[in-house]
Design a binder for this molecule. Structure first.
Ligand code: NAD
Length: 353
């Protein structure tokens, strides 16, 4: 056995109603909080700002998918003008990404209040989009100091988006099992995350206000964030990043389509990961079980149904191979093209004709 392991320093508060602890958590880090949200989530951000009272210096509600540089610059100047000394990011990966864009240039600490299952709150990874290209990097300054997980805030996440966002989280766990930096601790965390997500997501689809299922899914998402932040990713994430950037496909929906195909590609080279996935999901055929899970939560299972053009199959294949991430199964153009082709048409994962 041989591995490196480094845990990331981050305080986690997790319980139903945890948002009520926000003022207390802000006081530990500063006294002038700038609250961030998307336009759609302004109401919940307003409630948080009101609860903060004098501890809040303003609300910036223009967080947008993939953090466009113009939005990042505007948020940064707003933080400067208001002399904010802490950012409260309430929302999904897009809002937390905006907090990271501010922290990257100012070192203002972030309190993240995740309302999806994307996992950005547990990582040192930032991303900013300029001139149609998303640049990403790793920087210790962008890791939130505190994360407040309140399952009540996820009750409004639409049913299908909950499912695809949860499969996005499950993908972090799955790839952590065979990533280059995989290690025994993260693998235990990943397996528990997969179990929690695989059992809770169909329950949320059946009853989106089931708070126990919401808690279980958010718990799984936290574990998935730890995996993403400490073990890294491989071909599946590379393909999803490429599809998002090159074809403008929706983030979590793309993960839900691609994951079974990426796992079928890597199955032979990562038998221990597949064993753990099968154990955690209670199934024999992991790729097919993931297709079934996607269907069960109402997600689409073919890239063509996400409005990708057929002619982009070759372009995406080439782009994904340009700066590839490390992957357990060696990457070949023909193999990756078959994978993208199968994902495009929604064919059985791993099929070769
Ligand atoms: P998102 O943050 O873009 O949110 C999607 C939509 O759902 C938004 O309109 C948002 O307002 C709405 N929403 C969020 N929570 C809601 C709730 N509880 N109720 C109702 N509506 C809600 O989506 P996402 O999938 O969380 O994040 C995707 C982005 O995050 C991508 O840009 C991705 O690259 C990034 N990301 C980054 C990391 C990282 O480590 N840096 C990790 C994962 C994802």
């Amino acid at each position: 056995m041989r591995f490196n392991y480094r845990s990331l320093p981050c305080n986690v508060v997790f319980h139903e109603g945890a948002l009520a602890q926000l003022p207390e958590e802000v006081k530990k880090l500063g006294s002038k909080a700038l609250v961030l949200s998307t336009p759609e989530q302004r109401p919940i951000a307003q409630c948080a700002a009101a609860a903060l009272g004098d501890l809040s210096v303003g609300l910036f509600d223009r967080a947008t998918m993939h953090v466009p540089i113009e939005v990042a610059e505007l948020a940064r100047s707003t933080a400067r003008e208001l002399r904010a000394d802490v950012c409260v990011a309430i929302g999904g990966g897009s809002t937390i990404g905006l907090g990271k864009a501010i922290a990257l240039v100012s070192e203002i600490p972030i309190i993240a209040v995740p309302t999806t299952y994307a996992g950005s709150e547990m990582t040192q990874i930032w991303g900013i989009t300029a001139d149609g290209l998303k640049k990403t990097g790793k920087d210790a300054r962008v890791l939130p100091k505190t994360v407040i997980y309140d399952p009540i805030l996820t009750l409004t996440l639409p049913s299908t988006l909950s499912g695809t966002s949860g499969i996005n989280a499950l993908a972090h766990c799955a790839e952590a099992l065979y990533a280059q930096d995989a290690n025994p601790i993260t693998s235990i965390v990943a397996e528990e995350g997969i179990r929690a997500l695989a059992t809770s997501l169909p329950a949320i689809t059946a009853s989106p206000t089931n708070i126990d299922a919401r808690s279980e899914a958010l718990y799984g998402a936290w574990l998935a964030g730890i995996c993403l932040g400490t073990a890294g990713v491989a071909l599946h994430h590379k393909l999803c990043h490429t599809l998002g950037g090159a074809c403008n496909l929706p983030h979590s929906e793309t993960h839900a389509v691609v994951l079974p195909h990426a796992l079928a590609y890597n199955a032979r080279a990562a038998p221990d990961a597949m064993r753990r996935l099968a154990r955690a999901m209670g199934c024999a055929d992991v790729p097919q079980a993931l297709v079934d899970l996607a269907k069960a939560v109402g997600a689409r299972t073919a890239l063509k149904d996400l409005d990708m053009a057929e002619r982009d199959i070759d372009r995406v294949t080439d782009l994904a191979l340009e700066n590839p991430y490390w992957n357990p199964e060696p990457l070949t153009r023909s193999g990756v093209r078959v994978l993208v082709h199968n994902a495009y048409w929604g064919l059985r994962p791993g099929s070769t004709n």
